[in-house]
Design a binder for this molecule. Structure first.
Ligand code: S3P
Length: 435
């Protein structure tokens, strides 16, 4: 894929449904009694992996791809059945493997969960620790704290006679990392626990699991950075309308900010405060960006975002804002190249364990485009103002890298070549068409 300098970007658009919320809609729909109808579902490869896993677990799911509609025929908390060969494949999806592992630990059947070569390199010790504390028998098959993960539930029959359906212990888990995947894994396992499950995290990560569990009828309380869930709720199917994904909107927000004379309205975007760090960063940098028509849909705040090309200044991005923009750091790094002065990104070590080592990949690719950028152990320092020029960008098959550098290419002199651009299918199959 070759990207050439282009502009201005004008008009109005929508972005596809939120990836995190789409995953959770399938999972909670499956564990609910009755039908869940989902509108604006993200038909990206990661969410399709979640659908495929739940179909393997015996859940009937109807897909209308062209209208982004999904119907899930939920079977309740105990309605999942043994997958063929006991194996589930999550493809490239970190959210699927970590959240589904929590659910699988609460089942009466054993299973093995695995994924593609990227997933098999990502750390799973972060979920093995709390799940073991809850009494689950879950091990990493190669003893390296990575997938495949084997979940052994074969001795639950004896447990059953003692206390029906309470397979796990409720715990209070102090998570060392601000990760919604870890928090959600523990809370979903907590559906099958004997008493309340609590998770405290060092900074608040995205709270879609807590919000959606409440919407489906679970008893969830949140105090500060601690979420608590009472076990064995009766979840009931419902209608859900998924807001546009702010992580996908971020590419177009930045495109409008860095391409001269641009003016763009992005309609129906989720602006949950645990996800809106990108908006706050744009505001701190001095961007002309505003939220219009703010409303709530299915427990999630939504708005239309209006953004214009702006003169920007560098800032420091660190601390509790990091989990609210963790997936946007590749595109924020691109934005920072167009801001006057230094942008410092700190406390973002988590970038090293995403679909690629994003600190390394961002720094290498932006350096190749002529940016003044340096990696640090937990982030990067970018001196804005150097004009970017085209280069060959190795996306490392990481969707967020491919999209961020496509946007960089719009404002760079000469041709930018994106290798393996098809990886955008993970979260935004129509990205190039929208652009
Ligand atoms: C996600 C949580 C985040 C994020 C990922 C989606 C989720 O990961 O990076 O893209 O849906 O819960 P971590 O929980 O590992 O930070």
């Amino acid at each position: 894929m070759i990207i050439k300098k282009k502009g201005p970007i004008k008009g109005s658009m929508t972005v596809p449904g939120d990836k995190s919320i789409s995953h959770r809609a399938i999972m909670l729909g499956a564990l609910s009694e009755g039908i869940t109808e989902v509108e604006n579902f993200l038909m990206g490869d990661d969410c399709l992996s979640t659908i495929s896993c739940f179909r393997s677990l015996g859940i009937l799911i109807d897909l209308e791809s062209s209208s982004h509609r999904v119907t899930i025929h939920g079977k309740g908390l105990d309605g999942l059945s043994t997958p063929a060969n006991h194996i589930l494949n999550v493809g490239n999806s970190g959210t699927t493997i970590r959240l589904l592992s929590g659910i699988l630990c609460g089942q009466k059947f054993s299973s093995t969960i695995t994924g593609d070569s990227s997933i098999r390199k990502r750390p799973m010790g972060r979920i093995l620790t709390p799940l073991e504390q809850m009494g689950a028998d879950i091990i990493s098959a190669n003893n390296d704290l990575k997938a495949p993960l084997k979940i052994n539930c074969s001795d639950k029959d004896s447990l059953l006679s003692i206390d029906t359906n309470h397979f796990l212990r409720g715990i209070h888990y102090q998570s060392p990392v601000a990760s919604a995947q870890v928090k959600s894994c523990v809370l979903l396992a907590g559906l099958y626990a004997d008493k309340e499950t609590k998770v405290t995290e060092p900074a608040l990560s995205r709270n879609h699991t807590e919000l959606m569990l409440s919407e489906f009828g679970a008893s969830v309380t949140v105090v500060g950075n601690t979420a608590s869930l009472l076990p064995r709720p009766r979840l009931t199917g419902r209608r859900l309308n998924i807001p546009g994904d702010i992580s996908s909107a971020a590419y177009f927000i930045v495109a409008a900010l860095i391409v001269p004379n641009s003016e763009l309205l992005i309609k129906n975007v989720g602006i949950n405060p645990t996800r809106d760090g990108i908006i706050r960063v744009c505001q701190m940098m001095g961007a002309d960006i505003s939220l219009e028509n703010i409303r709530k849909d299915g427990g999630e705040p939504v708005a239309d975002i209006f953004v214009r090309h702006s003169n920007l200044k560098g800032i420091e991005i660190s601390g509790s804002i990091i989990p609210t923009l963790i997936d946007e750091i590749p595109i924020i790094a691109v934005l920072s190249c167009f801001a006057k002065g230094k942008t410092i990104i700190k406390n973002a070590e988590e970038l090293k364990v995403k679909e690629s080592n994003r600190i390394e990949v961002i720094v290498n690719n932006l350096s190749a485009m002529g940016a003044d950028i340096r990696a640090t152990y937990d982030g990067m320092i970018i001196k804005g103002g150097n004009p970017l020029h085209g280069a060959t960008i190795d996306s490392k098959m990481d969707h967020r890298i491919a999209m961020a550098f496509t946007i960089a290419g719009l404002a760079a002199e000469g041709d930018t070549q994106i290798l393996n651009p098809e990886c955008v299918n993970i979260s935004y199959p129509d990205f190039f068409k929208s652009l």
